[in-house]
Ligand binder design. Structure first.
Ligand code: PNS
Length: 159
C-alpha cells in the first residue's frame, strides 16, 4: 500500500490542485491532502475552511482524505505512514524552490520521497494567489475553481 501526502497552503484550492489530487489518486493507494496551518501567514481562509472546501471538492474520490497539519511536511508524512510527498510543478519558475524543498526534505527524512506531477497545461498559469488577485478586483474567476469555491471566495471578499 503506497500512501502519499500532498501538503500545501490551498488558500483556497484551485482546479490546478484538484487536477493534481485526482491524478495522484490514480497512482497511489491513498492520498492525504495536508492543509498547512501556518501562524506566520495570514491566509484568506482559516485552516478549517480550507479543509472543508477541499473535502467537498474531493468527496467523489474515495481514496482521498484531507487533514490540517502544522510543522514539517516530512513529519506529517511520517505520522501518516506515507512514503511519498506529492507536489505539482507548473513551470520552470516553480522548479528551484521545489527542488530545494525536496532536497531538504530528503536530508530530513531519507525514507520519504518527493514525486512531482506536472500540472496539466490548461492550469499551468493558475495559482491561489492569482485567483485571489483577480477576485479582489472583481474579475471573473469561474475558470479557476469549481463553483462552490468561487462562491466561497466571493463571500469572503464581500464580508
Ligand atoms: O501551497 P504551498 O504554499 O506552495 O505549499 C508549501 C508547503 C506547505 C508544501 C511548504 O511550505 C511546507 O512543506 N511547509 C511546512 C514546513 C516544511 O516542511 N518546510 C519544508 C522544509 S524546506
Amino acid at each position: 500500500m503506497v500512501i502519499a501526502v500532498y501538503p500545501g497552503s490551498f488558500d483556497p484550492a484551485t482546479y490546478g490542485h484538484l487536477d493534481v489530487i485526482r491524478r495522484a489518486s490514480v497512482s497511489f493507494d491513498r492520498i492525504i491532502v495536508g492543509v498547512l496551518h501556518n501562524s506566520a501567514k495570514s491566509p484568506l481562509f482559516s485552516v478549517e475552511e480550507r479543509v472543508n472546501i477541499l473535502e467537498k471538492a474531493t468527496k467523489d474520490i474515495p481514496n482521498v482524505v484531507v487533514q490540517p497539519f502544522e510543522g514539517l511536511s516530512v513529519n506529517f508524512a511520517r505520522e501518516n505512514h506515507a512514503q511519498v510527498i506529492v507536489r505539482g510543478l507548473r513551470a520552470v519558475t516553480d522548479f528551484e524552490y521545489e527542488l530545494q524543498m525536496a532536497q531538504t526534505n530528503r536530508v530530513l527524512a531519507p525514507d520519504v520521497d518527493t514525486v512531482f506531477m506536472t500540472t496539466s497545461l490548461q492550469y499551468a498559469y493558475l495559482s491561489s494567489t492569482i485567483m485571489k488577485e483577480v477576485a479582489s478586483f472583481g474579475g471573473d474567476i469561474s475558470k479557476f475553481a469549481p463553483p462552490e469555491i468561487i462562491e466561497a471566495v466571493r463571500n469572503k471578499m464581500k464580508g
